[in-house]
Every structure is written in C-alpha cells, then in structure tokens.
Design a protein around this ligand. Structure first.
Ligand code: SF4
Length: 300
C-alpha cells in the first residue's frame, strides 16, 4: 500500500516537472525560460524607449462562447495546456494527428491584454514605433494582411524589400507561393491572417537580432490576442524562435505541433522563401499543412 502511494506521488512529481518544463520552453508568460531574459529585456527597454503599454486582462470568457469573436472584441486566453509535451507526428506521416485540444481552465495568472481598442489602433501604434534600430531604414512598417476569419494565422520572419515598399507582408515571390499554399488548403487569401515577427525590414534582408525581436514581441503578442487564432503556422526558424523560444532549427522542429503560451497550437514549417530555393521540401510542408487541416477538422 505504501509502495503504491509512493509510486503515485513520484508519478505526480514527474508530470508536474514535465508540465513546468514545457511551459518554460514554450515561453509562457510568468514562467521565464531563461532566468536572465527578463533582466536583459528590461535593460533593452531602458536603453531605448518605453515598450507598448499593456493592461491587465479582464476575466476570461467561457470556452462555450461563440468560437469566432469579433476582432475588435479582444478575447482573453481561457485555457491552459492539456499535454505536458508536444505531439510528435513524425512516426505516422500518413495519418496526421490532431493538435492538442486545450481543456477549459482558469486564465493564466500573468496574461496581459493590450490597451489598444482594436487592431487598427494597434496598427497605428506600430506605424510610429521607434523602439528598435530597425525603424531607421524602413520605408514603412508592415503590420499584417488578411482578416483571420478562418482563425488560421501565419507568422513569418520580417518584411523584405517588396514588403517594405508596399507595406504588406508576403507580396513577393515567396508571398505568391504562400498564396498557393493557402489555396491548396482550401482557404481564401483574405481568410487567413499573415504577419511577421518584426514589423520593419532588417537591412539587407538579414535576420532580425534578438533585441529587435524582443522589442517587437509585444506587438505580435497583442495581434495574436486580438486574433485568438485556432492554429498558428510558423514559417521558418526565426518565426519559431520568436513565438516559442526554440532554437533547434526548423529542420528539426517542423512537423510537430507546439503550444504558444501554453494554449495555441503552433505548426512549425519551412518558409516559402526556402521552398523557392529547395522545391523538394514542398512535400514536407504539405504534410505539415495537412496536419493543420486535420486539427481544424477540414480533413479526416
Ligand atoms: S521592428 Fe517593431 S519594435 Fe522595431 S521599430 Fe519596427 S515596429 Fe518598432
């Protein structure tokens, strides 16, 4: 009898530890994955400018509420992760496994909501942002495109030259390929929401630096809180790193659902620009998108 109790307690401790570690790697607010990260981000903001202001979240709505809230009505996160680890689908590529369904639970303790009343207000705030050095060479900020009415959100890295010129994400060759991917999923171009980790073009199309990603992260977080997507597709390693804090590389991470802030499934996959250079990788990307469709209940 005592052995049974001890064994049960050991299992509980193991599961609790796995749960906390998962929160850590998924970047959940309130459980910093890196003990020094908070201090570095605060030091960055002291050197630069005030971060986007946030106010405390109102009480979380019930999960029984209508699934699609109007974008202007910001929905607070209302669920916590059910599994303590990502789902690994790689052992059964022919039968996509659904992403973890979150179970109703109280809102996470430290979730904040933007003070902006709408995405348009947030967009205006971004338009005049000078919080990091990327503002110096931009033509204009690149906020997002699409309505997100499908509750499918794509997140890329940052604007390139054409996006910087037109003020819209994914308008170049990579954007055209992304449009084909969206159409292949049976979704309309404007039904999905597409944004980037950073809203200003990095010079010479270099990757955004960690301080730039940190500086812009509040805007992305606010966008995702307004959108409350059912699934996020992270395009490329920088998007995965910016969303989840994982740096193992997109080749290792793609194809497996992770959780953003412990509650929204994220499917990492290759960036369309990579596919233009490596068309052979389209098969893997299509497998990832099919897993997303399975999660959405659009394929069996
Ligand atoms: S990249 Fe983001 S944080 Fe940096 S200036 Fe542009 S909008 Fe502001």
């Amino acid at each position: 009898m005592e052995d049974d109790v001890a064994h049960e307690l050991l299992e509980i401790v193991r599961e609790l530890r796995a749960h906390v570690e998962w929160h850590g790697v998924s970047g959940t607010i309130g459980l910093p994955r890196d003990p020094g990260a908070k201090a570095r981000v605060e030091a960055f903001w002291r050197e630069h400018a005030a971060p986007p202001a946030f106010e405390e979240a109102p009480p979380a709505p019930s999960r029984d509420a209508p699934r699609r809230a109007p974008l202007e009505a910001v929905a607070a996160p209302s669920a916590a992760p059910s599994p303590a680890a990502p789902l690994d689908r790689k052992d059964s590529p022919a039968r996509p496994v659904r992403a973890p369904r979150v179970s109703p639970a109280p809102s996470p303790a430290a979730v904040h909501l933007p003070k902006y009343g709408s995405l348009d207000e947030l967009k205006e705030a971004v338009r005049s942002c000078t919080a990091c050095a990327l503002h110096e060479q931009r033509t204009q900020t690149v906020f997002a495109r699409g309505t997100g009415s499908s509750r499918v959100c794509f997140v890329g890295e940052g604007p390139g030259a054409e996006e910087d010129a037109q003020g819209e994400p994914f308008v170049g060759a990579a954007g055209q390929l992304l449009d084909k991917m969206i159409a292949a999923m049976g979704l309309g171009r404007d039904e999905v929401y597409i944004c980037n980790i950073v809203k200003c073009r990095p010079p010479n199309n270099r990757r955004p630096e960690p301080p730039e990603i940190a500086a812009c992260s509040g805007y992305l977080r606010a966008q995702l809180q307004f959108l409350d997507p059912e699934v996020i597709i992270a395009l490329g390693g920088t998007a995965v790193s910016g969303l989840l804090g994982l740096t193992e590389g997109i080749t290792r991470l793609r194809g497996t659902f992770r959780l953003y802030q412990g509650r929204i499934p994220v499917m990492p996959t290759f960036h369309p620009a990579y596919l233009l250079r490596n068309p052979g990788a389209k098969r893997e990307v299509w497998a990832d998108l099919k897993a997303v469709l399975a999660h959405l209940g659009r394929v069996s």
